[in-house]
Design a protein around this ligand. Structure first.
Ligand code: FE2
Ligand code: FE2
Length: 148
């Protein structure tokens, strides 16, 4: 099974151009958190589709701005819920959030110093890590503390 197959084994194959297809199995039973996760997955799919396309049309600066404010609010919302519910993995979880915010900041700082293709590849790698390495693992493991 391919690496991506691991994440798709529970669901139908995603439509072409979609790297991750949202389905209810990814829900943490909290409409706010789910909505934020869906928006992050949409951002991943948007950057992926543009990266795959012959003509790159996505405004990467705008995409990164949108993602930065989305992720900042989202991490704060999760940490607030986990703090109030005494989630035992909060410290490590929040550390992973901080690492990603730092990584996103570095990409933003270099946004004008990089060729478009390299920037897009970096952004795609970052959002894949955010979705697959965090949302689909850390957040799913903490779902009991994130539900509404
Ligand atoms: Fe999350
Ligand atoms: Fe998280």
């Amino acid at each position: 099974m391919s690496f991506l197959g691991l994440f798709h084994s529970h669901t139908a194959p995603p439509p072409i151009g979609e790297l991750i297809h949202w389905d209810p199995s990814l829900s943490v039973d909290n409409p706010v958190i789910d909505g934020e996760h869906r928006a992050i997955v949409e951002s991943l799919n948007r950057v992926y589709a543009d990266w795959m396309a012959a003509n790159h049309r996505l405004d990467l600066e705008e995409e990164l701005d949108r993602l930065s404010s989305l992720v900042g609010t989202h991490f704060a919302n999760e940490e607030d819920l986990m703090t109030r519910r005494h989630c035992p993995t909060l410290a490590a979880h929040a550390r992973d959030h901080r690492d990603m915010l730092r990584e996103m900041q570095v990409i933003a700082q270099n946004i004008h110093a990089m060729p478009q293709a390299k920037l897009e590849a970096q952004l795609l790698r970052f959002i894949r890590r955010l979705v697959m390495g965090h949302v689909l693992s850390w957040d799913m493991d903490a779902r009991d503390y994130l539900r509404a």
